[in-house]
Design a binder for this molecule. Structure first.
Ligand code: DC
Length: 231
């Protein structure tokens, strides 16, 4: 069986990480949440009052940042920033409100893409983000692009935050998603666009299990070339 790289890109709150995590578990692959890396950088910048308009400060700060992923006892990947577990902290609204500005910086992207490529060296990886199929792994074996209606995305994000005891008004979530969509898809560096060869899945009316099954089915056709889509 061939070891493959699966790239899952798309807008915020379309179910990328839920799908990617589940696909990785079922294939016994490594899951990497590239958004968590940009969120961690954002947390570091906020905690250390790094001015994002000062390129020297940005480069100096990036040099101090070490991001790693550790799989916990439940089999879920958790994000560590300089040895500290930041998995919960990086999901807060304060981070969501600043991450698109930080992730638009060229120096930040260069540093993260380099780390992401290292993580993909041994293949057997599912990575989700915005530029995984276009920039990080343009030769990924399988590229998926997820989309969904804004209201569905906002309610999904609200439920996720609520599960972490963070009650956020639906209008604030919609505002944040719209702003991030706009910045993520119009930025100069690696804008969010669907790779030509990516398969588009609209998750508005699809359950997580259906999404996961669809990606696994496509992955198997790449892992076992003889299957050729006849599963
Ligand atoms: O997937 P997420 O919502 O946790 O990502 C947070 C932000 O990080 C998102 O608004 C854009 C940025 N991001 C990016 O620019 N490139 C990636 N590969 C992943 C995320």
């Amino acid at each position: 069986m061939k070891n493959i790289i699966i790239a899952i890109d798309g807008y915020s709150a379309c179910g990328k990480s839920t799908t990617a995590k589940q696909v990785a578990k079922e294939l016994n692959y490594r899951y990497i949440d590239s958004g968590a890396m940009y969120r961690s950088v954002t947390k570091y910048f906020l905690d250390h009052h790094v001015s994002i308009t000062n390129p020297k400060e940005v480069v100096k700060a990036l040099d101090q940042i070490r991001i790693s992923f550790v799989v916990n006892s439940k089999g879920n990947s958790e994000t560590f920033l300089n040895g500290i577990n930041v998995e919960t902290a990086i999901r807060k609204m304060e981070i969501s409100e600043n991450v698109s500005q930080v992730s638009a910086l060229k120096a930040v992207r260069i540093a993260m893409v380099e780390q992401q490529r290292k993580l993909g060296k041994e293949r057997k990886i599912v990575m989700d983000g915005r530029d995984i199929g276009t920039v990080v792994f343009p030769n990924a074996d399988l590229k998926v692009f997820l989309t969904a209606d804004m209201l569905v995305r906002a309610f999904r994000r609200q439920r996720e935050l609520l599960e972490k005891d963070d009650l956020v008004d639906i209008d604030d979530i919609i505002d944040n998603l719209k702003k991030r969509d706009q910045i993520d898809s119009t930025r100069k560096e690696s804008p969010l666009i669907k790779a030509e060869s990516a398969i588009l899945i609209d998750t508005t009316h699809v359950t997580v299990d259906e999404q996961v099954d669809e990606v696994i089915r496509m992955a198997l056709t790449k892992m076992i070339p003889k299957v050729n889509g006849n599963l």
